[in-house]
Write a protein that binds this ligand. Structure first.
Ligand code: ADP
Ligand code: MG
Ligand code: ZN
Length: 477
């Protein structure tokens, strides 16, 4: 029997605020254990939560950017469970009245655009962390610095059909939350992690199969590999006549396999109820509208504009708009007078290679977009050859010197002046009567020899295009 995978992702993103969701404690990463704590996030009796307004604002921003409906009277709820990293024995989350609902995000896979539904985006607090290395070998330690850190949970519809689609969706969501400033998206610090729900069903069947949920995937590759493994495992199970147990699984990135963690809990196991210490979260429509008005041009809209306005390919447009800095840099290069295609090629090529190698973004460069534009304009005007451009670029990267200065210092100016070159060409032809005869006898290849001689005479600075035209002109005459 043929099976098709059905996949839904739950992505947790840490909201980029300096303080926690319900108290004033710092969210700074890497502080000594339990120093970012207070009675509220330690769960001491009698301590009351107060909601961080900035978290709501950022979550609404994300909801609007993903075409969600924003609920004006959402509610926090207690999700009850016991674990040593959860001092209150409940997590404040949202349940039946989440902040954002019914949105979507479009992804591009193999050149095809697919719309992935977003069921809901709700707010919740993070738990603490258990540490198993410490003074006592056999002991476990609890660090509550993370307890109460604000998260948005973004729940997708089961609209994803392959592990690759899931990877692309997560990458796109990562790009969006960082673009909007909703999350720093720092994966090494656990700012973004996904739970992957996977099931199989016979092709043509519309009813969903039993799913497993693989927890805490904190890299794009892990998401893809864990889902791929899970699809293979479930298919093997079903083909052998077995059935899938609904359960929570863990992914091991070394063996690239998943293994059971616990049987899946049902919502009623958590005994959700409205959080009595917090009032209904009432938002004013005018406030939501103001947030909508404050949204920047979104990556998809920007990419569409780049394709339209600058005739860029879908691939270039998508890449240039994935981050706000890179898009801003590109547009500033255009303002400096460079042509869109050339600017895109240099940014996606030489510059991106630099960014990847040095692990920097545009603001880590020693020169600004106007300097790159100046250099590209020199290439476009013929003052520099493409090869000279690369040399100038390397020097700009290393020293940050302005291109004009580098050109002057290195004597790189390309000679395009027709009068000047005509004189040199004439001299070369005069000195090579033999080759001129050969050319006239039909040996076109000698042209390369002449160009070479002109280059030699100008120290490599002659514009080869102009030289070619002059040569043909003179030899024809
Ligand atoms: P829970 O919070 O218990 O994990 P939800 O109903 O909120 O349950 O679903 C969570 C995620 O699982 C969603 O992303 C949803 O799209 C996905 N999902 C639900 N049912 C299936 C299924 N049968 N196969 C694959 N994904 C599923
Ligand atoms: Mg879940
Ligand atoms: Zn606190």
């Amino acid at each position: 029997m043929e099976f098709e995978p059905v996949i839904g992702l739950e992505i947790h993103a840490q909201v980029a605020t300096a303080s926690k969701l319900f108290c004033g404690c710092s969210t700074e990463f890497g502080r000594p254990p339990n120093t970012n704590t207070c009675p509220v996030c330690l769960g001491l009796p009698g301590a009351l939560p107060v909601t961080n307004r900035r978290v709501i604002e950022l979550a609404v921003r994300l909801g609007l950017a993903t075409h969600c409906t924003i609920r004006l009277d959402s509610q926090f709820a207690r999700k009850n469970y016991f674990y040593p990293d959860l001092p209150k024995a409940y997590q404040i989350s949202q349940y039946d009245r989440p902040l954002c609902e019914n949105g979507w995000l479009e992804i591009v896979v193999d050149g095809n655009t697919k719309r992935i539904g977003i069921t809901r985006i709700h707010l919740e607090e993070d738990a603490g962390k258990l540490v198993h290395e410490g003074r006592d070998a056999g002991a476990s330690y609890v660090d509550l610095n993370r307890a109460g850190v604000p998260l948005v949970e973004i729940v997708s519809e089961p609209d994803l059909s392959t592990a690759e689609e899931a990877r692309v969706y997560m990458e796109k969501m990562h790009a969006l939350v960082t673009y909007l400033g909703v999350s720093r998206g720092n994966m090494e610090q656990g700012n973004l992690r996904a739970d992957a729900n996977v099931s199989l069903r016979p092709v043509g069947e519309s009813k969903l199969g039993t799913r497993t949920e693989t927890k805490n995937l904190n890299s794009f590759r892990f998401v893809r590999d864990a889902i791929d493994h899970e699809i293979g495992r479930q298919a093997g199970e079903l083909r052998a006549g077995g059935r899938i147990v609904q359960e929570t699984r863990l992914y091991d990135s070394v063996s690239k396999t998943t293994s059971p963690m616990r049987s899946k809990e049902e919502a009623n196991d958590y005994r959700y109820f409205p959080e009595p210490d917090l009032p209904v979260l009432r938002l004013e429509q005018a406030w939501v509208d103001a947030i909508r008005d404050g949204l920047p041009e979104l990556p998809d809209a920007k990419a569409a504009r780049y394709r339209e306005q600058y005739a860029l390919s879908a691939k270039d447009a998508e890449a240039l708009t994935a981050g706000r800095e890179i898009a801003g840099f590109f547009e500033a290069v255009l303002e400096g007078g460079a042509s869109p295609k050339r600017a895109a090629n240099w940014i996606m090529g030489d510059l991106s290679a630099r960014f990847n190698e040095d692990k920097i973004g545009p603001d880590g460069l020693k020169f600004g977009p106007e300097a790159l534009a100046e250099m590209l304009v020199m290439i476009e005007s013929g003052a520099l050859s493409g090869k000279m451009g690369k040399e100038v670029f390397e020097e700009m990267v290393a020293t940050g010197k302005p291109p004009a200065k580098i050109v002057a210092e290195k004597g790189l100016q390309q000679v395009s002046d027709a009068g000047e070159l005509a004189a040199i060409v004439a001299k070369v032809l005069e000195d090579s009567p033999e080759q001129v005869e050969q050319f006239k006898a039909g040996k076109e290849k000698v042209l390369g020899y002449f160009v070479g001689q002109v280059m030699k005479a100008t120290g490599g600075q002659a514009n080869p295009g102009v030289v070619n035209t002059i040569l043909r002109d003179k030899l024809a005459g």
